[in-house]
Unconditional design. Structure first.
Length: 471
């Protein structure tokens, strides 16, 4: 199903936001997609906390109601001092805001559509609005909705409080040109702790459209010094990336390789037989899947298939796994998707591969971050989303990294570069931890071999040790 998007123009959205304060709107329900019915409205909007509705008519008005209370179908009259009706017309410059009549309820919380007395939506499941100014709210009908009560669209948004900006950031960052240069130098000078491995191999995993391919493009752009789009990125119902791709990154045109290979995958989907298959992920971890392998949901690559790389060494394995999650969709992660991530995490932990979680699209998630990326660790909203993600995915907060990729820009931006490079530095640190562990394991294995040779270890125990030593 194509993504459900808001019908509010930028101007209409700004005017509506000016009435609501420091908030972000999250589209819950769109009648033209989900149905002009009370049942469709309730299935998506009940128990969502503060909401605002937006009705559209041919006369060019957008109007609706804001409430700070839940819809629950309790049948009761709900009082809400914060509730108001509003109207934004294409003709008028200032939006209209109408507070409730003192002592009267804001809305009746019934199983039918939202009923604010003066405005009743979805009555008898029709794309119409009933207008009764004077009941709970009062307004001039002509100025409010142009007397046009046929609705071309009806939407409901959850109103998410963005909170204030923290005076002290919850993570310190240096936003200077020197810091960017230092990060680039550190990354380019990185040497894995095992001689046979020349590059850290980092795997990007995450739901469809989370920003995996854009992340690679952005890192590539930073090192190239200009915007690149080697990996195809975009939005579609299904994953845009369908092949396993391993990308090397060059420092400048024709420059040397940055010691990092980013592996891009098909998006994860919640059902078992769609999107990237979990078995394929585990084959990637061990290095059995080759570049450009065409993923086939529900039919993982088998060990005897022609494309399966049999002989693998530590350099083919994944040294760090990066979960890529869209910050705007944190609260929409379904239990099925969380279960899938949990199954992946279990196996990843077993193999001892370090994991990082990238929170993408922080510019879309928080307007204050869109305004100035330096607000990232001052934003209460981003901090809350990071905590929520850390808890629901089970990754320590220290491994949750908010970031923004390049998508519309034509020029590089220093702050974006610094945030991107910081995530890469963390990935290299973690990859190194993994490689160091392999060295320790190798030593342990050699000790076992010594014992065997000196007759202090029997053959079955040695075989078990070899099995555990997966490389
Ligand atoms: N505003 C904003 N948009 C982004 C960001 N990262 C990615 N996007 C947009 O999100 C959409 C999906 O990005 P992709 O990089 O294709 O996502 P993906 O995870 O590779 O998706 P699949 O390959 O389909 O699984 C694209 O339209 C990007 O431009 C970001 O940080 N900010
Ligand atoms: Mg992709």
């Amino acid at each position: 199903m194509p993504a459900v998007t808001s019908s509010l123009s930028k101007d209409q959205q700004q005017k509506l936001l000016s009435l609501l304060g420091h908030v972000r709107l999250h589209l819950l329900y769109k009648a033209s997609v989900h149905g002009f019915t009370a049942a469709a409205f309730h299935s998506r909007c009940d128990k969502q906390g503060p909401t605002v509705s937006a009705a559209y008519n041919n006369a060019g008005f957008v109007f609706g109601a804001h409430t700070s209370k839940d819809y629950t179908q309790s049948g009761e009259a709900v009082h809400d001092e914060k509730a108001f009706l509003y109207s934004v017309s294409t003709k008028g410059n200032q939006p209209l805001r109408v507070a409730g009549i003192s002592g009267q309820c804001a809305f009746t919380d019934e199983a039918s559509g939202p009923n604010y007395g003066a405005l009743v939506f979805l009555h008898e499941d029709k794309p119409e609005c009933q207008s009764n100014p004077g009941t709970s709210f009062n307004f001039q009908a002509a100025a409010f909705h142009g007397q046009d009560l046929k609705l071309t669209e009806f939407e409901v948004y959850r109103v998410e409080d963005l909170g204030d900006l923290l005076a002290k950031p919850w993570r310190t960052m240096q936003w200077t040109a020197e810091r960017k240069q230092q990060l680039m130098k550190d990354i380019q000078c990185y040497k894995p702790s095992i001689k046979t491995v020349h590059q850290a191999r980092v795997l990007l995993l995450g739901p469809v459209g989370a920003g995996k391919s854009s992340f690679f493009n952005s890192i590539n752009s930073v090192f190239r010094g200009n915007m690149t789009s080697q990996a195809i990125a975009g939005t579609a119902g299904k994953s845009v990336t369908t092949q396993f791709r391993t990308y090397d990154i060059k420092a400048g045109k024709g420059g040397g390789n940055v010691p990092l290979t980013l592996c891009d995958t098909m998006g994860l989907e919640e059902s078992a037989d769609a999107g990237l298959d979990i078995e394929d992920i585990f084959s990637i971890y061990k290095g059995h899947i080759k570049d450009r392998y065409q993923f086939s949901p529900s039919t993982p690559l088998l060990a005897d298939a022609p494309g399966y790389k049999q002989r693998v060494t530590l350099k083919d394995m994944i040294h760090c796994v990066v979960y890529v999650i869209d910050t705007c969709k944190v609260s929409l992660l379904t239990q099925k998707m969380l279960d899938k991530l949990s199954a992946i995490r279990k196996k990843t932990n077993q193999l001892g591969i370090p994991q990082i979680l990238l929170m993408t699209k922080i510019d879309e998630a928080c307007p204050m971050v869109a305004e100035d990326l330096k607000n990232v660790y001052h934003s209460v909203y981003i901090q809350k989303k990071a905590r929520d993600l850390s808890e629901s995915v089970g990754i320590p907060l220290s491994c949750v990294l908010p970031m923004k990729s390049y998508c519309e820009e034509v020029d590089l931006d220093q702050d974006t570069d610094i945030l991107l490079l910081t995530t890469v530095k963390q990935m290299l640190n973690y990859a190194d931890n993994f490689l160091e562990n392999q060295v320790i394991e190798e030593h342990e294995m050699n000790d076992q071999l010594e014992l065997y040779r000196s007759n202090d270890l029997d053959r079955p125990t040695l075989s078990r040790a070899k099995e555990q030593h997966t490389i």
